[in-house]
Design a protein. Structure first.
Lengths: 271, 161
């Protein structure tokens, strides 16, 4: 059975993660870890409550979001449509009171439904380690996952999010309306200039080994009107780009089809 | 692993229990304090039958380490009323046949209380969302939703009078 450690500062927590390496697991809301921990081989649970990571600070042009902010607190503090939708789609109210922003970014498929929203919004992740703070774009963080597992990058302490320049939307495809793992989740943020898409970010989770931005779907809509043809092209590009798995929630075939369907639907919300 | 002394405030009472450092709040409430309205369902955060309030917010006691809620106000179904008489929310469950086997009921009532404390006049959709983390495998949910609708009407009526 693992040992619970309660560091008194971010530096101490980062030091414990550095020194215990793979034997350490970060305990935030506990909604994933405590149900998985008993068969796991983690030797140490490093609790990150009480470290001041549970605050959202509005700053000029955006927000600094502590990694231990619960999902509901995020929804109440940051009025971006894609984030509002994403935080409603994870668990029920009790889970949303407990589960944290940072914890959800480390959840493995078919969980982790917050990731596409923050990918579409271009968030940056700030990690603390013995070497100090380091900032990484969220796309790069997920690109470094291997076998569906995150790299060891220190302790995630906050998420930096700028006010989006465009409109955003988020959709989850699942077997039930609420409190259920996803088949796929999709988010998009689109900027238009005189009816033409000037910038787009389209992201998916549940459709590949890790959440990712789908550059092919983005290129399918940039430079054209967000019309049926462009949305169909983006959907086809997403279907071609995903590498979904089969699990008890859905087959790879179904996930691939729904990746396309939901990319089209999420873009249609922004058209 | 050594047991340790954990001090909790449960239903307004100061409690001290000796527990494993990784004991869940559910373990302590049920086994040490014998508050068995807290049900042990899935242990995975999927059913909501262990729901309690921690500082007024709905939480899953099965996924909460007891040690981490020292100093917080914990409320279980037993703490809804000091005299142990049922409260209007529970009465609404009775009148609407919102319990069959009863296993989910305490968690449903706590989820409904958390919802109504925050939103005294919820729409039907808001009630469904508020109860979305709680599973019932008997009633089909409709009587439970009706019970919460009735409780909301009763509570808003009380406030108006």
């Amino acid at each position: 059975m693992p040992e619970l450690l309660r560091p008194g500062s971010v530096d101490e927590a980062a030091g414990l993660i550095g020194s215990h390496g793979a034997a350490a697991a970060v305990l935030a809301g506990g909604t994933s870890l405590l149900r998985e921990i008993w068969p796991s081989d983690a030797g140490y649970l490093i609790a990150v409550d009480g470290l001041g990571l549970d605050r959202v600070e509005a700053r000029d042009g955006g927000w600094s979001i502590g990694a231990a902010v619960p999902l509901r607190a995020l929804r109440e503090a940051v009025p971006i449509p894609a984030l509002q939708a994403a935080t409603r789609e994870i668990g029920g109210p009790a889970v949303q009171n407990m589960a944290t922003v940072g914890g959800n970014l480390f959840a493995r498929a078919p969980f982790g439904d917050l990731a596409p929203a923050l990918l579409a919004l271009g968030a940056d992740l700030v990690f603390a380690s013995a070497d100090g703070e380091a900032t990484q774009p969220i796309d790069a963080f997920y690109a470094a996952w291997s076998d569906g597992a995150p790299p060891r990058a220190g302790l995630l302490i906050r998420i930096e999010l700028d006010e989006p320049a465009g409109a955003s939307a988020y959709l989850k495809c699942a077997r039930r309306r609420y409190s259920t793992p996803s088949v796929v989740t999709v988010a998009a943020c689109v900027e238009t200039d005189g009816g033409t898409v000037s910038a787009a970010r389209v992201a998916l989770s549940g459709a590949s080994a890790a959440p990712f931005r789908c550059g092919a779907a983005e290129r399918a809509v940039i430079g054209s009107a967000l019309d049926d043809a462009a949305m169909a092209a983006a959907a086809a590009a997403a279907e071609a780009a995903v590498t979904p798995a089969t699990d008890p929630v859905a087959t790879d075939w179904y996930r691939r089809r729904m990746a396309g369907v939901f990319v089209r639907r999420v873009l249609a919300q922004l058209a | 692993m050594e047991s340790k002394l954990i001090r909790l405030t449960v239903n307004g009472r100061e409690e001290a229990v000796v527990a494993d450092p990784l004991a869940t709040l559910q373990d302590v409430l049920r086994d040490s304090l014998e508050l068995t309205a807290v049900k042990s369902g899935c242990g995975q955060g999927g059913c909501g039958s262990c729901s309690v309030l921690v500082d007024g917010e709905l939480r899953l006691s099965c996924l909460t380490l007891a040690e981490r809620v020292e100093g917080a106000e914990i409320t279980t179904l037993e703490g809804l009323n000091e005299t142990n008489a049922i409260v209007p929310l529970q009465q609404a469950f009775v009148e609407n046949y919102a319990a069959q086997c009863g296993y989910c009921t305490a968690g449903m009532v706590m989820a409904a209380k958390a919802l109504l404390d925050r939103n005294p006049a919820p729409s039907r959709d808001e009630i469904v969302e508020g109860l979305s983390g709680n599973l019932c495998r008997c009633t089909g949910f409709a009587p439970i939703v009706r019970a919460v609708e009735q409780a909301a009407r009763a509570l808003s009526g009380e406030e108006a009078s």
